[in-house]
Design a protein around this ligand. Structure first.
Ligand code: FES
Ligand SMILES: [Fe+2]
Length: 445
């Protein structure tokens, strides 16, 4: 007898999507356990903890975590919870400290997690406290191109397998240069939306000509280019690809990526073009000619909650998301370019960004519609391009025939089902890696 799956939220044939997953408090609690308790999640960047004893405070789902670089230079991610009664042991956003003292009763942990000092062991504990069993709770940690990932589940597959062929695309932005990247941020704000809606939206190319029409008009004037027509935006040779629940879009073949890069203006465009040309031989050595010249990562999400690069949709309740926004630059890019990119990023995707403000209002309404028992009877319609995605000769992953598609979104919700229906990682499938990772760039840079 085939066991019935607890969750069947998306119909593969019709794309009908059950709206309860955006509002139901019990489902939300289960997500914290089965998704955020298991998946690899971005928590920081090596550039945020450059020196020994540096630490950076972050989150995995709702759980506060401390990213540390210990005295020997090793990275750790710990649950920010004192093993005595559960107080937080770190209350700062970042800093440099060899150890962390809990301010409730003074238990003190080293930055490699060991419980180092407990006040009054003879008087309070009759000299019988098993201190070596009371280290901070540690997650499994790995890095991809300087971005630090962690998972609570020590049975999880390697980060390399988890990212799988998605890395083939991610490399074209995050793994271009020998010198690696730096992350600046985060800017943090709250959004009255379910965390899945901004993730889903990363592959929604369909909304761009309508939702961002006024932003596009302003930008076209600023950049000094004609505004793209609706048809130009809908018919594109860009790709829409899914791997392991990660959703990728790429820029058109032959693109330098400068056409859409936030921060490029008519005044600095030449500088960006020169940088592109100067660094191309290095990029080709690292990524191979095809990826260096014909593939450029566009909007994308990493399962579960990575949104457009190193940006996080952190769950704070079914209808509340804390957004963390980092900007990632090539470390060796000229300062003037970093500043232009930073300004461009803030003008587009960030608390002050034109695009972000356009988007949030849609996301809020989509989430709120799911609250109504009347509205909930009618499922979301995620049918665009059903049956029109598959393998491609040049691009790894499940590739949609067209750039305008909801194939990635269906795969994201399917991945959600796989995590929510699984007893353990043994039940969660991982797609085999098949991409040809030409060039010298590897997982660690
Ligand atoms: S809760 Fe931390 S020392 Fe008691
Ligand atoms: Fe948008």
């Amino acid at each position: 007898m085939v066991a019935t799956k607890k969750y069947s939220i998306i119909d593969a044939e019709t794309g009908a999507l059950d709206r309860r997953i955006f509002v139901d408090a019990d489902i939300y609690q289960e997500e914290l356990e089965k998704i955020f308790g298991r998946a690899w999640q971005m928590v920081g960047h090596v550039s945020l903890v450059p020196k020994v004893n540096d630490f950076f405070h972050s989150y995995m789902g709702e759980d506060p975590v401390i990213l540390t670089r210990d005295n020997g230079g090793r990275l750790h991610v710990f649950l920010n919870m004192c093993r005595h009664r559960g107080n937080r042991v770190v209350r700062a956003d970042e800093g440099n400290a060899k150890n962390f003292m809990c301010t409730y009763h003074g238990w003190t942990f080293s930055n490699d997690g060991r419980l180092e000092h407990v006040p009054g062991i003879p008087e309070a504990y009759y000299d019988a406290l098993a201190m070596d069993e009371l280290s901070l709770i540690e997650a499994k940690v790995d890095t991809y191109a300087g971005i630090v990932f962690a998972t609570w589940d020590h049975e999880a597959p390697s980060l390399e397998a988890y990212l799988g062929d998605a890395r083939w695309y991610l490399d074209t932005v995050f793994n271009r240069r020998d010198g690696g990247t730096v992350a600046v941020g985060p800017i943090k704000w709250l959004q009255p939306v379910n965390w899945k809606t901004p993730v889903d939206n990363c592959s929604d190319n369909y909304h761009v000509p309508v939702t961002h029409a006024s932003a596009a008009a302003v930008k076209a004037r600023f950049i000094g280019r004609p505004r793209p027509t609706m048809e130009q935006q809908l018919v594109s040779d860009a790709r829409h690809v899914s791997v392991n629940g990660h959703s990728i879009t790429t820029r058109p073949t032959g693109s330098t990526g400068l056409e859409i890069l936030a921060g490029v203006t008519k005044d600095n465009r030449e500088r960006f073009e020169r940088y592109h040309e100067e660094t191309l031989p290095e990029v080709e050595r690292r990524l191979g000619r095809f990826r260096a010249t014909q593939v450029r990562l566009g909007n994308h999400s990493l399962f579960p909650n990575g949104v457009l690069g190193f940006r996080l949709a952190l769950p704070r309740g079914p209808l509340l998301t804390e957004f963390w926004d980092f900007t990632v630059f090539d470390k060796d890019a000229p300062e003037e370019m970093k500043q232009a990119l930073s300004a461009g990023h803030a003008q587009n995707n960030g608390a002050t960004g034109l695009n972000e403000q356009d988007d949030i209002d849609n996301w809020r309404q989509v989430s709120e519609a799911s609250r109504s028992p009347v509205a909930r009877k009618y499922r979301q319609h995620v049918s665009m391009g059903v049956g029109r995605a598959g393998a491609h000769d040049d691009y790894p992953g499940v590739v949609a025939e067209r750039y305008i598609s909801e194939s990635n979104q269906r795969h994201f919700y399917r991945r959600w089902e796989e995590f929510m229906n699984a007893e353990s990682w043994a039940d969660i499938p991982i797609e085999p890696m098949t991409a040809n990772f030409e060039g010298t760039a590897a997982l660690h840079g």
